[in-house]
Design a protein around this ligand. Structure first.
Ligand SMILES: Nc1ncnc2c1ncn2[C@@H]1O[C@H](COP(=O)(O)OP(=O)(O)O)[C@@H](O)[C@H]1O
Ligand SMILES: [Mg+2]
Length: 321
């Protein structure tokens, strides 16, 4: 069975050629929640925007690679054809639900928008009720205005709107980052239920490995525009192989334990215009060597069920064990 979403060798670049996403490959199968995790500025959102063919900045564009949805290469479609796919086959939810809702319209009307846009207005009221039930909101929520709903309820409304055309794929970019931890768990449980009930494929983007642990079967770790490690979630937590992953894992530990650990990562993600030579992570890496780490970029290499992009992955794995 081919994956629902299959991204191969994706490059996203600015007009001056600066690469924000550099040779990213990832796939999501039907009925699977896959995580894409990394610090802010890693290129996670740019990867998601590429799948939608829609960038918030006019300076960014797809500069190479393939984005296959159910086997069709989206990058080869006309803008109009891609727009049709975007609305119907891919649903998307973002971090801040408030900014995507019109404060002056009842939320039921906003969920119904998709049905009117696709000439299915007559079905709208029944379908909106069904969608609200799917996201565990009462049918009466349809008449509410955004300001009458909590942050978690608003995110449920946007998930309902994203599901209106029964997409095969949902891309959720930091969907719980703006929410309290208790509310966050409810949204993640909802995604898991939608996966199970609808066979939905979900690409879940987050900076928080804790979210990944609760939700995803597989995970891709992204750093400075590249995938640096991928693995089944259980394997990644049990036996991480990239020092950056070790750093992300260490950030979940209590401060006292973390102080002892080798792997708290200093500094921040380098800007796209100033990528270090060699391994992009080497200036922040406690295991880096002048050669090869600072000299040559490591290739992405298969390891067991996963892959890693590190010259010293064996040493990193041993250091963590
Ligand atoms: N218009 C732009 N011009 C220059 N750099 C940009 C622009 N938009 C985003 N970037 C850069 O692209 C990189 C990836 O950003 P993004 O995909 O939003 O990261 P993430 O979602 O992982 O936090 C970052 O280094 C960011 O600074
Ligand atoms: Mg982002």
């Amino acid at each position: 069975m081919s994956p629902v979403l299959d991204i191969r060798g994706l490059r996203v670049a600015l007009r001056d050629g600066t690469r924000l996403v550099d040779d990213v490959s990832l796939h999501v199968d039907a009925g699977e929640i896959v995580g894409l995790v990394g610090e802010s500025g890693s290129g996670k959102s740019m990867t998601a925007y590429a799948a939608l063919g829609l960038f918030p900045t006019p300076h960014a564009r797809i500069a190479g690679g393939e984005i296959r949805l159910d086997g069709t290469d989206l990058a080869s479609l006309t803008p109009a054809a891609w727009r049709a796919v975007r609305g119907a086959r891919i649903g998307m939810v973002f971090q801040d639900p408030s900014s995507f809702l019109d404060p002056l319209l009842p939320v039921g009307r906003q969920i119904a928008e998709a049905f009117y846009a696709h000439g299915q207005g007559r079905e709208a009221p029944a379908r909106v009720s069904a969608l609200l039930e799917q996201v565990e909101l009462p049918a009466s929520a349809a008449a509410r205005y955004p300001h009458e709903l909590s942050g978690g309820q608003k995110q449920r409304v946007l998930i309902a709107a994203a599901l209106a055309m029964r997409p095969a794929l949902l891309i959720a970019d930091e969907p719980t980052t703006a929410l309290d931890v208790s509310v966050q768990a409810g949204i993640l449980d909802l995604l898991k239920r939608l996966r199970a009930d609808l066979g939905l494929a979900v690409l879940l983007i987050t900076h928080d490995l804790g979210v990944i642990a609760q939700t995803c079967s597989r995970v891709y770790v992204m750093y400075a525009g590249q995938i640096v490690e991928s693995a089944p979630t259980a394997a990644l937590f049990r036996a991480p192989r990239h020092p950056y992953t070790l750093g992300l894992l260490a950030s979940l530990l209590s401060p006292a334990v973390r102080q002892e650990a080798l792997f708290s990562i200093p500094g921040t993600v380098p800007p796209a215009r100033a990528m270090p030579d060699g391994c992009r992570f080497h200036p922040r890496c406690p295991l880096s060597l002048p050669d090869p780490c600072a000299a040559r970029p490591p290739p992405l290499r298969a390891h067991g069920p996963g892959e890693d992009r590190c010259w010293r992955a064996d040493e990193a794995a041993t250091a963590w064990a």
